[in-house]
Write a protein that binds this ligand. Structure first.
Ligand SMILES: Nc1ncnc2c1ncn2[C@@H]1O[C@H](COP(=O)(O)OP(=O)(O)OP(=O)(O)O)[C@@H](O)[C@H]1O
Length: 340
């Protein structure tokens, strides 16, 4: 297996708040291999975007961090801002959700590409830069005849494809795509996801795809990391996790996804916890249908449930649970504890 192009080790990111720190990412370890797409899924507010920004060192001012984001033998979180800025684009790319806010309405598409290439690849001649841009656009299904047009002359789906082409024209080693297709209709979404899959194969780009849509994960990702309350609670091959989730949270998340075979709508009871003071021990225990007494008392260890697959749940290390603590957690007891 190839060496990872990027490795997160015990990554922690928090935001200062008056009531205490919001621990948005709280001890995440994850590898990205060259050319693979890893889907990052989880309910709103669990820390996906924060993790995605941490991966390319683009954290808001005031955010604290600890742990490592290793890229080419260096922790990018420790780099000088200038060095990091120079890496962002040619080595670490990011695709955001709303293309209109990122494309300058007064600049033609050609100007956008030529500016980016001039900054990061100054040795390219104008003609070479133009050819590179055309190639990237063609890959995204945008005809070269439209190269000199302005952003408003394109549909939302096309603008998003232009943004993706702009991120990929520099052939970065790692791209973080944060909900890149959420604002688009499903057909355009499927098309973009297919094109993204082709492109990363061609350029060996590792893609971290943040999404709410588990259907996309099953279709487009090699691996998936399921996030809950700042932690990655399960990670492994996308097919295995979307067909046979081993963490109760992944299972519940999958059950609450609408698909063609959906006969009734399921929602996970309760709400995700407050990240200022999350529940002790396993953070999912107050909502978990399988919770045992140990889950409210001790942090679960991460267990390799099969090759390449890890799950942070006591269900997978039952032999280590002290006697009696494997009894089901009583819901009434839980509610009373929460009231107190
Ligand atoms: N700049 C910020 N300052 C303070 N708190 C923030 C900031 N950005 C995010 N947060 C908080 O950090 C937590 C994680 O947010 P984040 O946006 O990373 O989650 P998410 O899983 O990407 O959510 P969504 O799917 O809704 O985008 C939330 O509690 C959020 O309110």
């Amino acid at each position: 297996m190839a060496d990872p192009v990027l490795s997160l080790r015990d990554l922690r990111i928090w935001y200062g708040a008056e009531r205490g720190a919001v621990r948005a990412v709280d001890g995440v370890s994850l590898d990205l291999l060259p050319g693979e797409t890893v889907g990052l899924v989880g309910e709103s507010g669990c820390g996906k975007s924060t993790l995605g920004r941490g991966v390319i060192g683009l954290l808001p001012a005031g955010a604290g961090h600890a742990g490592e984001v290793n890229y080419k033998g260096q922790n990018i979180l420790e780099l000088k801002p200038k060095r990091l800025r120079a890496m962002r684009g040619p080595e670490l790319g990011m695709i955001f959700q709303e293309p209109m806010t990122r494309l300058n309405p007064l600049m033609k598409i050609s100007d956008h590409f030529e500016e980016v290439l001039k900054i990061h690849e100054p040795k390219l001649s104008r003609k070479e830069a133009r050819n590179r841009a055309m190639e990237a656009l063609r890959g995204m299904g945008i005809p070269p005849t439209r190269y000199k047009q302005y952003p408003h002359e394109f549909s939302g789906g096309m603008r998003q494809r232009i943004m993706i082409a702009l991120a990929l024209v520099l052939r970065p080693a790692v791209v973080v795509a944060d909900e890149p297709t959420t604002a688009l209709d499903v057909l355009v979404e499927a098309q973009i996801i297919r094109i993204l899959a082709d492109l990363r194969r061609n350029f060996d780009t590792a893609l971290l795809l943040i999404t709410h849509n588990l259907g996309i994960v099953a279709e487009a990702c090699d691996r998936v990391a399921v996030m809950y309350a700042g932690r990655v609670v399960e990670q492994g091959p996308a097919y295995d996790i979307t067909t046979k989730p081993s963490h109760p949270y992944s299972r519940e998340l999958l059950r609450s996804t609408i698909s063609l075979s959906t006969t009734e709508l399921h929602s996970i009871p309760g709400a995700p916890p407050d990240l200022v003071s999350p529940p002790p021990a396993c953070r999912f225990h107050p909502r978990c249908p399988d919770a045992m007494q140990i889950c409210a008392q001790q942090w679960p260890t991460t267990v390799a449930t099969s090759p390449g697959r890890r799950s942070e749940c006591w269900l997978h290390s039952k032999d280590q649970i002290p006697k009696g603590l494997d009894a089901p957690l009583e819901r009434e007891a839980l509610a009373a504890a929460e009231e107190a």
